[in-house]
Design a protein around this ligand. Structure first.
Ligand code: FAD
Ligand code: NAI
Length: 467
């Protein structure tokens, strides 16, 4: 006899677990199925959380090694990598347990197994013991996330040629690390291993790092990473790897073609993007449409072309970020419960958790120019922010873009200390339709880093005043 549900969520990542919990809160009977064995998806298990734990630990190590003496602290510092990894694993375990607690609290049934949609309203789950459990449900939410995009001709073994998953669990610090792709993963995990002592070379296909970020921020970001010891080979592609010797021999050539050269490295991290994951779900059989990039096609309310089947998170269009998946989860659950869930895609921040951090929300100058929108710019450097001075972190700036006519905030781009926290204020401003003058006239505590954002807003009107 099949178990009956109002909604079955396939995938237990930030999209899936938040959808199931919200459904439970709204009084619907929900199940959340994940094959991984632990809930939390990519984000908690092999993404956001372990990477941030290692970024934090490696930054402390680097500070203790290099910066403590400057502020009058003498310390003998040495690295205990197994302990650092153990701490990261403990954080992941505690957070995944937190999801199990929230499932219990909100009466969500967790099911560990691989789900397949066999018909609208019917899901079969292959359990670990090989048996199959059938679930009948009014609604199905696909939240199966994404997987690493492969580099043609290169086989990931997660030891010497690693994806982000292997790079989060290296057993020793490689002497040399070659990162393929100057995107978010490459620069965050490159930073971890650089701080722990690796020589890091980044090979990027395009002529700039972090495509999609504000151009001015990117230039400064690359300069700062260069000072930290990163070396970049832009407009370059990897064409092959020879794994036969002790060192990997990686052949590269200019992106447009030309003379090849060989880079020797101990570990190579492939970080050229992620692609939606829907394999084995039975989507073709039930007729759920995918686009040319393999993403589940939905309307603005997360409905697929098959009634009763919905999709959220990395497996559908849009940025592949945990908080985007989470917001879609809540909106989709609310729609299923007959409410008016909605996501404002203009107010989704993005953060790169390097040191300094890079954060953005809304439009870039490049996007505004391309759209022909007249805008004003206010900019403020952290060198002139008192708090940044006191914490010895003065690299970078905050930049606010506002509509030239209405002064409505259109975007904000920050490179600097705590940029990821600072951006929240501007995301809220965009959500509320605030003007740059609204931010400029809001009292901000002194001395805080938030004053840099306020000063950038004041700069839009030309009355920046802080030293
Ligand atoms: P996922 O988290 O990928 O979850 C999907 C789940 O579905 C998986 O657990 C999978 O096992 C399960 N599944 C798939 N198919 C089936 C099936 N047939 N049956 C049962 N279960 C199935 N984002 C941020 O916002 N901030 C960050 O700092 C950040 N850092 C990242 C660092 C790294 C190294 C990586 C790789 C990603 C990072 N991301 C970050 C991106 C973030 O992890 C994803 O955007 C987010 O996890 C997407 O959530 P999701 O629920 O759509 O999918
Ligand atoms: P990405 O899309 O951020 O960067 C990939 C980079 O690789 C791009 O610069 C691209 O031009 C380059 N590239 C593509 N093909 C190449 C090739 N053949 N040779 C050399 N370079 C090539 O993807 P990344 O870093 O893998 O991250 C995947 C996803 O995970 C992103 O969408 C990101 O949103 C998410 N993520 C988010 C984080 C955060 O929010 N802090 C942290 C880590 C990941």
């Amino acid at each position: 006899m099949a178990e009956q549900f109002d909604a079955v969520v396939i995938g237990g990542g930030p999209g899936g677990y938040n959808a199931a919990i919200r459904l439970g809160q709204l009084g619907l009977k929900a199940a959340c199925v994940d094959k991984r064995g632990r809930f939390g998806g990519t984000c908690l298990n092999v993404g956001c959380i372990p990477s941030k734990a290692l970024l934090h630990a490696s930054e402390r190590f680097h500070e203790a090694e290099k910066d403590f003496a400057k502020i009058g602290i003498k310390a003998e510092v040495s690295l205990d990598l197994p302990a650092m990894m153990k701490n990261k694993d403990k954080i992941v375990t505690e957070l995944t347990k937190g999801i199990e607690f929230l499932f219990k609290k909100n009466k969500v049934e967790p099911i560990v197994g691989e789900a397949k949609i066999v018909a609208p309203g019917k899901v079969e789950v292959k359990l670990a013991d090989g048996s199959v459990k059938t679930l009948e449900t009014k609604h199905i939410i696909i939240a199966t996330g994404s997987e690493v995009a492969p580099l043609p001709g290169v086989t990931i073994d997660e030891e010497r040629i690693v994806s982000s998953t292997g790079a989060l669990a290296l057993k020793s610090v490689p002497k040399r690390l070659l990162v393929v792709g100057a995107g978010v993963i490459g620069l965050e995990l490159g930073s971890v291993w650089r701080r722990l002592g690796a020589e890091v070379t980044v090979v990027e296909f395009l002529d700039r790092i972090t495509p999609g970020l504000d151009g001015e921020v990117c230039k400064q970001f690359q300069r700062i990473l260069g000072k930290q010891g990163f070396s970049f080979q832009l407009s370059t592609k990897v064409v092959g790897v020879d794994t036969s010797g002790k060192a990997l021999k990686v052949t590269v050539e200019p992106a447009a073609g030309g003379a090849q050269s060989v880079i020797e490295t101990d570990v190579m991290l492939v970080a050229i993007g992620r692609r939606p994951f829907t394999a084995g779900l039975g989507l073709a059989e039930v007729g759920v449409a995918l686009d040319s990039r393999g993403r589940v096609v939905t309307d603005g309310h997360f409905k697929t072309n098959v009634p009763g089947i919905w999709a959220i998170g990395d497996c559908r269009e849009g940025v592949m970020l945990a908080h985007k998946a989470e917001d879609e989860a809540v909106a989709c659950a609310e729609r299923i419960a007959g409410r008016a869930g909605h996501v404002n895609y203009d107010a989704i921040p993005g953060v790169v958790y390097t040191a300094p951090e890079v954060a953005s929300v809304g439009k870039t100058e490049e996007e505004l120019k391309a759209a022909g929108i007249a805008y004003k710019v206010g900019k403020f450097p952290f060198t002139a922010n008192a708090r940044a001075k006191t914490i010895d972190s003065t690299e970078g700036f905050a930049k606010i873009l506002a509509d030239a006519t209405t002064d409505k905030v259109l975007g904000c781009h920050i490179i600097g200390p705590e940029a990821g926290n600072l951006i929240a204020e501007v995301a809220l401003a965009i959500e509320f339709g605030a003007s740059s003058e609204d931010i400029a006239r809001t009292c901000h505590a002194h001395p805080t880093l938030t004053e840099a954002v306020r000063q950038a807003a004041m700069g839009v009107e030309g009355w920046t005043m802080q030293m």
